[in-house]
Design a protein around this ligand. Sequence first.
Ligand code: ARG
Length: 603
Amino acid sequence: MFEIYKAINNQLNEALDTAFAKEALAAKEAGESLDPQLMRASKPEFGDFQVNGALTLAKKIKQPPRHIAETIIRQLEKNSRFNDLCYPPKLAGPGFINLTIKNESLIQELSVRLKDKHLGVPRVTNSYTEKKLKPIIVDFSSPNIAKEMHVGHLRSTIIGDSIARVLSFRGYEVLRLNHVGDWGTQFGMLITYLKLVIPEALTTANLINIGDLVDFYRKAKKQFDDDEYFQQCSREEVVRLQQGNKESLEAWRLLCEQSRQEFQKIYDRLDIKLCERGESFYNPFLMDVVTDLKELGLLVEDEGAQCVFLEGITGKEGKALPLIVQKSDGGFNYATTDLAAIRYRLRFPPNGDGAGRIIYVTDSGQANHFSSVFQVAKRAEWIPEKCKLEHVPFGLVQGEDGKKLKTRSGETVRLKDLLDEAIERAKVDIEKRLHEENREESQEFIDHVSSTIGIGAVKYADLSQNRTTNYQFSFDRMLSLQGNTAPYLLYALVRIAGINRKGGDFDIFKKPLQFSKPQEWILIRELLKFDDVILVVEEELLPNRLCSYLFELSQTFNRFYDQIPVLKAQEPARSSRLALCQLTRDVLKKGLDLLGISTLERM
Ligand code: ARG
């Protein structure tokens, strides 16, 4: 109800400015304004909105709060647009004003949304600013070559995808960047090791699979730590690679391709689109980072390394911590790459992306890395005005025992196995249910439903948690038909599809809408919150807000449907209630789509 909120807020401001003209002027001169503090009512019995401002304004205006509230109410009631929108305001407690939207206004808003493909969510448009809106970059997933993609990357992939979907829905141009770890010392190690044990793998495509590659990587790392000569060779190999030696580059390319194919399989199963732009892309810009920081006077040499000493980030003895941008051996690191990436992403095309907002989705363990890198970029004045860099951190994935997620035999869980198991378990549930209900369904149906539920459940379980906390992975919980789960939401949609099949025609609402039951009004109010929720997710980048809303909406719908006849009702109640079913379906479907979850007609 963002539009309604805005209208009421304007009317309130007008009322304040008129009733307290002197104080409003004084506030304006002090660079402030009289804030009515309009917010959603904290309890349904307070109506739809409450105005809390009178209490804080009491000091400024030097009148008792109740008196201020009364004056505002009198002023509001003179405004015919306000009277069209709301019932007479109610004064409550020490000076609160409760506002309730008129039924006619709700019905009007409902009719608009029934016809609106965007379901009432405002679109950002270029015409707002007359300038072209800058694109938003979502940097997510970002696994590392030659290493297995782990559950942390899965979280980043699922959360990042949902954030990107919400922003696109709002009308932004979104760049979904996969900042793959495809450059750096690990390749020196890996190539040196493969040269020793299986040199053909460096010239022939698909000779080794990802499992082997991960294993080779582990062994290479061990030898690197134990063997000085091997270390030396690895370093030389990195230099060859960085200098563009043809053979080394070819070997590197093959290794990347091998991993890429493996990552793609996961993305395909999750239906996630990403644009790969790995660390290697920024290689040509790394030296500029160092040169420019030096020119700006920000660089300090410390034990042979080039670094920037961070402000406000101190180590053990209270000394400022350095951010190393060039190691003593001349090499660059993760931070240098991120600094180069920031510059490229903010710089205008054709030499950059011209982004206005960059969102990084990684585990909270990287919080220090990002705050350091952002600080250096800021001090170097590489961040244009109004551009925002945001780290979107998330907690660890834990097993049901609260410890790091492991297989029964104690190994790290492979994503492929995890998704397989979710689908397999969903299938067992469905087969059991079909048996109980005496239903016959084709194998194709069972496969489709179990894969939709299995993948949906994994995504939803992750997204419905506040991402900043650690998250306990439980197949039983995520696949349950009860509670805040994907199957519960999918089932609400299946119910609505059933109403539709049983003769409740949607999409033909010629009759006027008419409602009489409290359950109907509750559902209407819930439906009209969709736009507010999307705006909050855009602002806070917390998809769990959307999940909670969809869960609440499903519960409200189920209560409505259990307590009130729809198909058996008389007109105009029948078609009015069907209209509520239709909008519930559309909002749920869109909401799930924004979470990256596909829906079902039957299950
Ligand atoms: N590859 C990194 C990892 O696996 C994540 C990269 C995140 N993005 C970035 N621009 N640093 O931890």
